[in-house]
Design a protein around this ligand. Structure first.
Ligand SMILES: C[S@@+](CC[C@H](N)C(=O)[O-])C[C@H]1O[C@@H](n2cnc3c(N)ncnc32)[C@H](O)[C@@H]1O
Length: 283
């Protein structure tokens, strides 16, 4: 029996038939917290539903409701609400053998990006220098540090709260030798790195909306022999090269050649819209 059917059984005396049909099929788990998304027609019954969820899965210690979007430059979750169980939004979530410590009320962690978090690390070759321009709590830097033979990873983050978790995550995953956390705006930090003679084999530009305003800085890190840039954004599936074309125009105008090596749809982002990642080779 699936999660929805089990909930329906538990709640058959508390919800109408219509409400029972609207119950969620699944949920996101972060550490011992269940993040629930509910149909608007179920919000009045959210506490009773949450109590049933808590009883249903013994490893779960608390239930939070996710009603909002992830917004703003810092990509903050806008509406995570505590419902029942132990009230503590600080998690140590384990994924692919890596611990991510963060506050679920303040910092995003998208389950749709699970594959990409591990996949990117598999592309990294021995001895690479990597610059993660929008590092967050280490979404990409930590798996690369753990699973690749990269030489060094510079992880830049502007939100002080995320930066502080990034520092802790580097420590609790024993990656201090490989990852250098840097607090600040990557627009300025990248130029400082470049002035110190640092060039990258790989640059990660993982933020929404597509960080067009930061392409020139990313290009400044490129090696003559070539650098991979992973460029993210949201596209209309009927025009899924739009953001790459913007990128390549800026690259060309700045004197670089760019070649699209691969593109991946990461997750759906609304009707007809997708979160995409382009792997671009620049020299
Ligand atoms: C949330 S991550 C996105 C991670 C990944 N794409 C994912 O979805 O799992 C983007 C991070 O970039 C940071 N950020 C935004 N603007 C920045 C800037 N100018 N310099 C450095 N970090 C920045 C945000 O604070 C945020 O932590």
């Amino acid at each position: 029996m699936g999660f929805k059917q089990k909930l329906q059984k538990r709640l058959q005396n508390d919800l109408t038939t219509e409400e029972l049909n609207l119950l969620p099929r699944g949920f996101q788990t972060l550490d011992k917290i269940m993040i629930l998304k509910l149909h608007p027609n179920l919000l009045e019954k959210k506490y009773i539903i949450a109590e049933s969820c808590l009883k249903e899965i013994s490893s779960i210690k608390s239930i939070y409701l996710n009603q909002g979007k992830i917004e703003g430059q810092f990509r903050e979750p806008k509406s995570i609400q505590y419902l029942v169980g132990i009230k503590n939004p600080l998690v140590e979530h384990k994924e692919h053998g890596i611990l991510y410590r963060f506050n679920i009320e303040k910092i995003m962690f998208s389950k749709g990006n699970l594959f990409e978090r591990k996949y990117l690390a598999s592309l990294v070759k021995k001895g690479e220098t990597i610059v993660d321009m929008f590092a967050g709590i280490g979404y990409f830097s930590l798996p690369i540090g753990k699973y690749s033979e990269a030489k060094i990873i510079y992880s830049i983050e502007l939100n002080i709260l995320s930066y502080n978790f990034l520092v802790q995550n580097i420590e609790i995953n024993n990656l201090k030798e490989k990852i250098i956390p840097i607090y600040g705006d990557c627009k300025e930090i990248v130029i400082k790195l470049r002035n110190q003679g640092i060039q990258a084999d790989r640059v990660i530009m993982g933020v929404f909306p597509a960080p067009k305003e930061y392409i020139k800085e990313a290009l400044s890190l490129c090696k003559e022999t070539g650098t991979y840039i992973h460029y993210e954004g949201v596209i209309d599936k009927n025009n899924d090269l739009e953001l790459y074309n913007e990128f390549s125009e800026i690259a060309e105008n700045s004197g670089y050649n760019s070649r699209l090596e691969n593109k991946r749809y990461i997750k759906s982002y609304g009707p007809g819209l997708f979160h995409i990642v382009y792997d671009i080779f620049v020299n």
